[in-house]
Design a protein around this ligand. Structure first.
Ligand code: G
Ligand code: G
Ligand code: MN
Ligand code: NA
Length: 255
């Protein structure tokens, strides 16, 4: 696992980069946007997964600097894609609780958006269920302010926490990301998984939320989700997270 000093060194040496995973319209197969996912290009360890350094970055508070860096890189890249004519694309970025506690978080986000001429309405901030579970008034008011600025809020890993349903009532959201663990059960004769996913999609739509199914790996899963009316999907079936250049190729190919 990563050490604090190594993380600090990596930040100073600009060793972090952003990969992108397409988010696709299940009906048309077209790319609707992408999720930015940080990677660490470590001089000795090679490409390091966020699972190995995000927890430490959160503990040490370095997530604030890392989050800014990821956000700035993702906005710069999105600007290039918009300039290239791929209009209508959405950009999803993962955010930790610690970042939302920053007093100037909203202002920092808006400054970065302006710097790269990105309209706030194409930005989706992904928060894990555990953030909503904190039941923290600072976070609630931060989320309201972000939404007032036109930024969308997604609940990531929906269904894995203990009080998923109560968060839907407490927080204003825009997007529901159905956790991969539910999608895994589709197409494998697991009737309960099918019933659950279908119910989550219906629930999301009745609350006027967009629904994204995560972790789609097989055609039969996609077909079942399409039949259930799920709007958006993400997973290895479409593409793994890829470099910005590879993402440009996928966009050019009209995936
Ligand atoms: O592909 P993947 O291994 O990238 O992502 C692993 C985990 O790391 C996911 O849970 C994802 O939400 C998280 N993650 C990826 N990039 C970021 C980031 O920029 N900020 C935060 N806070 N989490 C991230
Ligand atoms: O932010 P979140 O925790 O949802 O991050 C998504 C994670 O899921 C990342 O680690 C990403 O690489 C991973 N992922 C995305 N699509 C698939 C998939 O189809 N299968 C598997 N096993 N992992 C996926
Ligand atoms: Mn996510
Ligand atoms: Na997720």
């Amino acid at each position: 696992l990563a050490q604090r000093s190594d993380l600090e060194r990596g930040l100073a040496a600009d060793e972090f980069l952003v990969h992108y995973q397409p988010i696709v319209s299940i009906e048309t197969g077209r790319i609707a946007g992408c999720e930015a996912l940080v990677r660490w290009e470590h001089p000795e360890r090679g490409l390091v997964s966020p699972y190995e350094f995000i927890p430490l970055a959160e503990e040490t508070g370095l997530i604030v600097a890392l989050g800014r860096l990821v956000f700035d890189k993702a906005c710069a890249q999105m600007h290039a894609w918009l300039e290239a004519g791929y209009c209508g694309l959405r950009l999803s970025v993962n955010v930790s609780a610690r970042e939302l506690h920053e007093k100037h978080y909203l202002e920092d986000v808006r400054t970065a958006l302006r710097k790269h001429s990105i309209p706030p309405t194409i930005l989706v901030l992904e928060l894990t269920e555990s953030i909503f579970a904190l039941n923290d008034p600072t976070i609630s008011s931060q989320l309201s302010a972000l939404r007032e600025a036109g930024i969308k809020i997604a609940m990531d890993d929906f269904g894995t926490g203990y009080s998923s349903l109560s968060y839907l009532q407490k927080f204003q959201l825009d997007v529901l990301k159905v956790d991969k663990s539910f999608v895994d059960g589709l197409g494998v004769d697991d009737l309960d998984a099918g019933a659950l996913v279908s119910a989550i999609i219906t629930l999301g739509h009745s609350l006027r939320l967009e629904v994204v199914a995560e972790g789609i790996e097989r055609v039969d899963q996609r077909d079942e989700l399409a039949a259930m009316g799920c709007g958006l999907g993400q997973g290895y079936l479409y593409s793994r997270p890829v470099t910005a250049d590879r993402m440009s190729d996928l966009l050019a190919a009209g995936l």
